[in-house]
Write a protein of this length. Structure first.
Length: 309
C-alpha cells in the first residue's frame, strides 16, 4: 500500500502554508518584537514552565527510536558479520550521543533544570536518564522495523536523520553567529544589554559572560532551538506511517498534530521571555522548508516502491 498522490499534494500545500504563515510572523516579529514581548512576558507561570520542558526531548527520543529501526535493518541485511557489527556499533554510538544530548536538554535550565536547579547540567542525572531511556527507545525502534517489509525503509530513515541533523546544525550555527540577549535578560536592566533586533547582534558577549558572570545561553536567543526542534515533529510524526498500515492515510493529520505541538511550545517560549517572535518564527521557517524537502523525498521513495513491486 502506498500513499495517494492527493495526500502528498495536500501535505505540500499544508507545508507551504506553514512556511508562509511563519514568514508573515517573522516580518511582524522583526518590526514589533519588543512590544509583543512586553505584553506576553509572564515568567512565573509554573504550568507553562512544565509545558516548555517537554519541547525538545521528543526530538532526540524519536531520533534514537529511528536509529533503533535502522539497527534492525542492518542486523538482518545481506552484509557479512564484520560489516554488520561495525555498522550496528556505529549506530549505537550515534544513538548514545543523541540520547545523552536529549537527556541533557530535559534537565537544562530552560527545561526541568529551571524548576529544579539541582538537575541543571547534573551529569549523573543525565547519564541515569540515558541509561534507562536509551535501551527502551532502541528496542522500540528495532521491533517497529520488524513489523514492516518496506524495502526503502533504510533510505527513508537515513534521509529523515540527515534532515533532523541539518535542523540541529542550523540552530547551532545561527545561534553562534547571531548573538542576541533573551528578553528575560534584557528586563533585568544590565548596562549595555538592551533590546536589539535579530539582524543587529551583540558584537562581544564575552565581556558580559566573563565580567558579569552571565550564562552564555542568555545570549542565544536567535533563532529558537525549541522552535526548530519541536517543529521537526511535523516530519517525525509523519514518519510513523512507515511502521503501521493503519496510519498510511493519516499523514496530514500527523503533520497537523506535529505543528500543533510546536505552536504550543513556541507560545511558551514567548510567555517566558526566552525568545522573541522573530526568534521562534525564524526557527519554524527553517524546519518548514526542510519539511517540504522531506515530503518530496518521501514521494520519490514511494514512487520507487511502486516501480519495484
Amino acid at each position: 500500500m502506498v500513499i495517494k498522490k492527493s495526500n502528498n499534494f495536500g501535505l505540500i500545500l499544508f507545508e507551504i502554508f506553514l512556511l508562509l504563515f511563519f514568514g508573515i510572523l517573522f516580518v511582524i516579529g522583526t518590526m514589533f518584537d519588543e512590544s509583543i514581548a512586553i505584553h506576553l512576558y509572564s515568567p512565573d507561570l509554573i504550568f507553562v514552565k512544565y509545558v516548555t520542558s517537554c519541547g525538545v526531548f521528543p526530538f532526540f527520543s524519536f531520533a534514537v527510536l529511528f536509529i533503533g529501526a535502522l539497527c534492525e535493518r542492518i542486523i538482518h541485511s545481506q552484509f557479512n558479520k564484520v560489516i554488520k557489527v561495525v555498522l550496528a556499533f556505529f549506530c549505537y554510538l550515534m544513538a548514545t550521543a543523541v540520547g545523552f544530548i536529549g537527556a541533557g536538554s530535559l534537565v537544562d535550565k530552560d527545561s526541568l533544570g529551571g524548576l529544579y536547579p539541582v538537575l541543571n547540567r547534573n551529569i549523573p542525572v543525565i547519564a541515569g536518564i540515558s541509561m534507562v531511556v536509551l535501551p527502551l527507545l532502541l528496542w522500540g525502534g528495532y521491533h517497529l522495523a520488524k513489523k514492516t517489509e518496506d524495502k526503502n525503509l533504510v533510505l527513508k530513515i537515513v534521509c529523515l536523520l540527515i534532515l533532523l541533523a541539518l535542523a540541529y546544525a542550523s540552530l547551532q550555527i545561527l545561534k553562534s553567529n547571531f548573538p542576541r540577549a533573551r528578553y528575560r535578560l534584557v528586563v533585568q536592566g544590565y548596562e549595555n544589554i538592551g533590546f536589539r533586533t535579530w539582524y543587529m547582534p551583540l558584537e562581544d558577549t564575552s565581556k558580559f559572560i566573563n565580567d558579569m558572570g552571565i550564562d552564555k545561553g542568555e545570549f542565544r536567543s536567535f533563532p529558537s532551538g525549541h522552535s526548530i526542534l519541536s517543529m521537526c515533529m511535523v516530519m517525525i510524526l509523519q514518519s510513523l506511517t512507515w511502521f503501521s498500515q493503519k496510519l498510511k492515510d493519516k499523514r496530514i493529520i500527523l503533520g497537523v498534530l506535529g505543528a500543533a505541538f510546536s505552536m504550543i511550545i513556541i507560545f511558551t517560549r514567548l510567555i517566558l521571555g526566552a525568545h522573541y517572535l522573530s526568534d521562534v518564527s525564524a526557527g519554524a521557517i527553517i524546519v518548514s522548508f526542510l519539511t517540504i524537502i522531506y515530503t518530496l523525498i518521501q514521494y520519490k521513495l514511494e514512487g520507487r516502491s511502486i516501480k519495484s513491486s
